[in-house]
Design a protein around this ligand. Structure first.
Ligand code: 13P
Length: 253
């Protein structure tokens, strides 16, 4: 019932030469059994959107401002992202929470603006290693979820990505029991806030060192509806097997 989603976050990687990776993915996964999304840097959104036109691939952004327009040098608005040809935006990634001191309140304001502009938001949450070691993981995740998710969140406009900070770019993927625990908790908190029907339709992605070798194992975990992939999404040769693993999970193979 929840359509699975393989999302690539290119972070601050990629120039025009890398659009060929997107073209390859669009060709290789012409009729995918799951949704496939690439979020390149803002400078590539418009060209990437042109590259995937007529294919099943979708293009998203990595951040947006909470205002529709204004004196905010260097920022881009949700409407600008739409205009460039993207339909999704990643919000509250831990790198933005850390590098730009983004709070959950700001993430929520951005999410409301993005929803107003008709974008699908991918709201990121995750505990640090000290949080986990002190047993605070579910408290932190619960606070981030409550604080970052707008009341208008629905299955069709909101995706939640659980990305333990210590698993990002480290090669240390979370243990399946850890992922299952947090995803089960997220589903429970969403059910408590939005009711069973809405909560059952909001997709939960795992992110943090997802690679071709570990993807199938992650996709077999209950309540994992896909992945938010960093490093391995930069090349078609490493993202494509992850997409294929998710397609197999979608088909129940
Ligand atoms: P890696 O897949 O490189 O660990 O990055 C995960 C991530 O932060 C995706 O948003």
């Amino acid at each position: 019932m929840r359509r699975k989603l393989a999302a690539g976050n290119w972070k601050m990687h990629g120039t025009g030469a890398d659009l060929a990776e997107i073209a390859t993915l669009a060709r290789t996964h012409a009729d995918p059994a799951c949704e496939v999304l690439i979020c390149p840097p803002a400078t590539l959104i418009e060209r990437a959107a042109r590259e995937v036109r007529g294919s099943a691939l979708m293009i998203g952004a990595q951040d947006c401002h909470s205002a529709p327009e204004g004196a905010h040098t260097g920022d881009i608005s949700p409407a600008m992202i739409r205009d460039a040809g993207a339909g999704h935006v990643i919000l509250g990634h831990s790198e933005r929470r850390q590098d730009h001191a983004e709070t959950s309140a700001l993430v929520r304001a951005k999410a409301m603006a993005a929803l107003d502009a008709g974008l699908v938001t991918i709201i990121c949450l995750g505990e640090t290693l000290p949080d986990r070691e002190s047993g605070a993981t579910l408290d932190i995740i619960g606070q981030q979820l409550a604080g970052s998710t707008p009341d208008a969140a629905r299955g069709e406009n909101t995706v939640i990505a659980y990305e333990p900070v210590w698993a990002i770019g480290s090669g240390h993927v979370a243990h399946p029991d850890q992922i299952a625990e947090v995803h089960g908790f997220l589903r429970e908190r969403l059910t408590h806030r939005f009711g069973t029907g809405v909560a059952a339709m909001i997709r939960l992605l795992y992110g943090g060192s997802v690679k071709p070798a570990n993807a199938a194992g992650i996709f077999a975990i209950p309540d994992v509806d896909g992945a938010l992939v960093g490093g391995a999404s930069l090349r078609a040769e490493s993202f494509s097997p992850i997409i294929s693993a998710l397609e197999q999970a979608a088909a129940g193979i």
